[in-house]
Design a protein around this ligand. Structure first.
Ligand code: CP3
Length: 372
């Protein structure tokens, strides 16, 4: 992945932003904040735009995806946009038959269960990623000094949908395939790693200033299974974008990468290295079940933490939410630096004015002055 001279990091537009610097380990007195699923159904202006438009059609319309990405940035004053798209978009662009069903999630017409099924999976023509590149380019042109975060699904989380054919509780079919047919599994991991890596690379080249790999369902694996059958594919997906460099003065910096998984305390140390023995990401997103001081102990001192306000508190009395924000910011001091976020996505029923107020609160707190 190579950055052009006009890329916001290269051109110096986002290189000094609090968010990019926090991912790179530099602390400010206040904490940058954004929210997973900040775009979407919690916003009435999003619901208006989506009337009569299918989810994946919205993702592949550059004007629409860009406008939807910008909505929460304008409204909440968050420190980043996250590109409005979905983890299954690169599969769709490769030609896989997939729809996103409201209230349910991705559904595949032809589940992938045999070696023949995997071998029939189409390659992703880089030209097909044009709507993604255009959407990102339109977005960063309007974001100015606010960085855009790109993202992709990790191979395991994608496979959990592909093998099942849709959402599943504990991804049992995928885990059965993984353990009973290693050759098919490894071919599937290789395909998803390539496709999702292309999606990540396209977003970074088109102007994203950071990128997050979502392995939402990896927490359903044991540490041994994760390391043997999954982590190498996640590393492969990140290989195309890690060590993408740019210059600031005489300093060479790399585009920050973030890894996120749910219910995965047992895997946190592996999220740092993805089985390679070296650090593969700059930051790790922590779900709301693991306190940030524990996460910092598990991850060590060369990783920034992101998270982890419990989304359940968004509908609690304001005092409870404010308390939670103070606690999370105080615990965030145990890491080299911290980006505030929720422990998972914004629930659709969230009152968006609460999110705006939460951003104001987080920005008003000097973490050096919090009691320990
Ligand atoms: O604002 C953002 O966070 C950026 C956009 C984004 C979406 N999906 C948009 C979306 C991101 C980063 C994702 C990632 C994603 N998609 C993940 C990983 C993160 C996580 O939640 O753990 C997963 C597992 C998916 C698959 C998926 N897509 C699910 C489970 C759903 C929800 C289905 C539903 O209706 O509840 C989707 C659809 C989806 N992706 C929506 C949005 C805004 C809702 C669609 C709608 O508005 O109708």
């Amino acid at each position: 992945t190579v950055l052009s001279q006009s890329h916001p990091l290269v051109a110096g537009v986002t290189a000094d932003s609090a968010l990019v610097r926090a991912y790179q380990g530099v602390r400010h007195s206040t904490t940058p904040v954004w929210f997973m699923r900040q775009a979407g159904r919690s916003l009435p202006e999003y619901r208006d735009l989506r009337v009569g438009v299918r989810m994946l059609d919205a993702c592949l319309d550059p004007e629409l995806s860009s406008e939807i990405t910008l909505q929460p940035v304008r409204r909440h004053g968050v420190d980043a946009g996250i590109f409005f798209s979905d983890i299954v978009v690169p599969l769709k662009l490769a030609g896989v038959a997939v729809e996103i069903v409201a209230g349910k999630g991705p559904v595949f017409a032809n589940p992938v269960r045999t070696l023949a099924d995997v071998e029939a999976l189409p390659d992703l023509d880089p030209a097909a990623l044009a709507p993604v590149r255009e959407g990102v380019a339109l977005t960063v042109a309007q974001l100015g000094t606010t960085p855009l975060i790109g993202f992709a699904g990790a191979p395991f989380t994608l496979a959990a949908y592909l093998v099942e054919g849709g959402p599943s509780k504990d991804h049992i079919r995928a885990r059965t395939l993984m353990r009973s047919d290693p050759a098919t599994w490894s071919a599937l991991m290789d395909w998803t790693a390539r496709i999702t890596g292309q999606f990540l690379s396209a977003q970074i080249e088109a102007g994203a200033s950071a990128a997050q790999l979502f392995d939402s369902w990896a927490g359903s694996l044991s540490r041994a299974q994760y390391r043997a059958s999954v982590a190498p594919a996640s590393a492969q997906a990140l290989n195309s974008v890690r060590n993408t460099t740019y210059q600031v003065g005489d300093e060479t910096r790399t585009v920050p990468l973030i890894h996120f998984g749910l219910v995965s305390t047992q895997l946190l140390p592996d999220f740092r290295t993805l089985g390679t023995g070296e650090r593969m990401v700059d930051a790790v997103g922590v779900d709301y079940r693991t306190p940030l001081d524990e996460a910092a102990t598990l991850l060590g001192s060369d990783v920034t933490l992101q998270g982890n306000i419990d989304p359940a508190l968004l509908t609690a009395p304001w005092e409870r939410l404010a308390e939670e924000a103070h606690t999370v910011l105080a615990l965030g001091r145990s890491a080299r630096s911290h980006v505030a976020n929720l422990g998972h996505g914004v629930p659709p029923e969230t009152d968006p004015t609460v999110l705006t107020k939460l951003v104001e609160l987080i920005h008003s707190i000097d973490v050096r002055e919090l009691p320990s």
